[in-house]
Design a protein around this ligand. Structure first.
Ligand code: NAP
Ligand code: MG
Length: 496
């Protein structure tokens, strides 16, 4: 692991201009200050310095945004717009993302800390693909005609659910926004979206792009603010029809309780503690690379992070040392530095959390083959860490760390690996590495997880359903399943 010396170079002109302007809320097609007049600071995780001040939306602003979204849903041009016209607007937004790829990637890297090179090839292009995929659905949301006994004509209609509240996290700010707004817009819903307090910047550029594209006023409202105030109001609001949340399992449970007032529909995409299982008959070099990618991608701040590595004992040392060697070969530095493999964690809070987990693991007897400490003393950097000598009841084996920290455990009996891999309250994703086709499919079937990757990791596509078993969530994102989560089905029965 090499900690790169910070390079001091001026920010590109776009970022200077964007950051120097007041960052306001986007409600009913207008950029406005918060009702309270308050702002909150957004930090650069590579330096700990303030990047921008953003208007702080709270309950009062959410109420205005919901009012605008309700009006746009009930009476605006959105309601009567042909699905093909809705699709065209979503395609146009995707085109804007493409035109502004560099600007979006730059904001994402500055705000979240992730390598700019990654934002360019992953976050922004995947967001574009998601929007385009969902735009295609707008014209394909259809009911069916259903034969029933008697003189009746019976059919179903799929109607938009209404006003959708969307609360997203900071690990993939733009991509999570795209996952949320794509299906909601395709279905004909209107939106009140709260980005994470740590990373509101790309969402605010999207608000500008949505206004340029010509979405009718009130269809997309973007209200940065804190979870406990703005987020809580979305979840509890009596006039929000559905809330879609991505974040921690702990807050997911708060959302569910808050939603009971009007029984709004709830979808949740929550945490994980995903097992990555390597059998001795795997292509070991590919498995090592896959295990490293599975945990270190996005500094481990992935809900799908392969944070529990199970390796058949005969190849355990080879694999864990290989992953540790990959960790040691990584450059840790600012996301804007082209040499960087690992950027900072998103916040000082996450830095404390992740280093706290590492210390807890080591104090309970785990050993670090690589990393194990903070990197440098400025910014929120943590060395990519491989922990061995783990026990199933350690906190590092049970709780989501959300950092570049993998806990590795050997196994002897391939028949017992499913029990160990499934020994978690989570069920988001899993990996399996083997050349034995039969074993691969059997293990894939036995893993209690929403996504299983065989001989690969973190492969996503907008056509694939994504979501969690157990406490990793409710419902699915992407694919036609996401459209289902933004529509209601109505049965119409006509006496002939
Ligand atoms: P979090 O609190 O769950 O944040 C996710 C979103 O929920 C943010 O927009 C947040 O607002 C909002 N929120 C927080 N409290 C709320 C409430 N009472 N009502 C409504 N909305 C609320 O996550 P975090 O605190 O940033 O991170 C903590 C841990 O969560 C991480 O270490 C990680 O384990 C997990 N996490 C998981 C994912 C994932 O993709 N599954 C993503 C992020 C974090 P604020 O921005 O103001 O907090
Ligand atoms: Mg929080």
């Amino acid at each position: 692991m090499a900690l790169l010396e910070p390079q001091v170079s001026a920010l590109p002109a776009f970022a200077q201009k964007f950051l120097s302007r007041d960052k306001q809320l986007f409600i009913d097609g207008e950029f406005v200050d918060a009702v309270s007049g308050k702002t909150f600071p957004v930090f650069n995780p590579a330096t700990g310095e303030i990047l921008a001040k953003v208007a702080e939306g709270d309950a009062a602003d959410i109420d205005l945004a919901v009012k605008a979204a309700r009006r746009a849903f009930e009476s605006g041009p959105w309601r009567s717009m042909a699905p093909a016209e809705r699709a065209r607007l979503i395609y146009k937004l995707a085109d804007k993302f493409e035109e502004r790829l560099e600007d979006l990637a730059l904001l994402e890297s500055l705000d979240n800390g992730k390598p700019l090179a990654v934002a360019r090839v992953a976050d922004v292009p995947m967001s574009i693909e998601n929007l385009r995929y969902m735009a295609g659905w707008a014209t394909k949301i259809v009911g069916s005609s259903i034969p029933i006994p008697g003189e009746f004509h019976a059919y179903t209609r799929r109607e938009p659910i209404g006003v959708a509240g969307q609360i997203i996290p900071w690990n993939f700010p733009l991509l999570m926004l795209a996952w949320k707004i794509g299906p909601a817009l395709a279905a004909g819903c209107t939106i009140v979206l709260k980005p994470a307090e740590q990373t509101p910047l790309s969402a605010l550029l999207v608000a500008e792009l949505a206004a340029e594209v010509g979405f009718p006023k009130g269809v997309i409202n973007i209200v940065p603010g804190y979870g406990e105030t703005a987020g809580a109001r979305i979840a509890a609001h009596p006039d929000v029809d559905k809330v879609a949340f991505t974040g921690s399992t702990e807050v997911g449970k708060i959302i569910v309780r808050a939603a009971t007032g009007n029984l709004k529909k709830v979808t949740l995409e929550l945490g994980g503690k995903s097992p990555n299982v390597i059998f001795a008959d795997a292509n070991i070099q590919e498995a090592i690379a896959g295990a490293a990618f599975g945990i270190f991608f996005n500094m481990g701040q992935c809900c799908t992070a392969g944070s529990r590595l199970f390796v058949e004992r005969s190849v355990f040392d080879e694999v864990t040392q290989g992953v540790a060697a990959a960790a040691k070969a990584m450059n840790v530095g600012s996301g804007l530095d082209a040499r960087t493999d690992i950027g900072p964690l998103v916040s000082d809070e996450q830095l404390d959390r992740v280093t706290g987990y590492i210390q807890s693991g080591i104090s309970e007897g785990a050993r670090a083959l690589s990393g194990g400490v903070r990197a440098g003393d400025k910014g929120y950097f943590v060395e990519p860490t491989v922990l061995v000598d783990t026990k199933p009841d350690m906190k590092i084996m049970r709780e989501e760390i959300f950092g570049p920290v993998v806990a590795a455990t050997p196994f002897d009996d391939p028949n017992e690996i499913l029990a160990a891999a499934n020994d978690t309250v989570f069920g988001l994703a899993a990996g399996v590495w083997t050349k034995d086709v039969s074993k691969a499919h059997k293990v894939a079937a036995g893993l209690r997880a929403g996504t299983v990757w065989v001989n690969c990791y973190n492969v996503f596509d907008p056509a694939l359903p994504f979501g969690g078993f157990k406490q990793s969530g409710w419902g699915r994102e992407m694919s036609s399943n996401a459209i289902d989560c933004y529509t209601e089905t109505k049965s119409v029965v006509v006496k002939l």
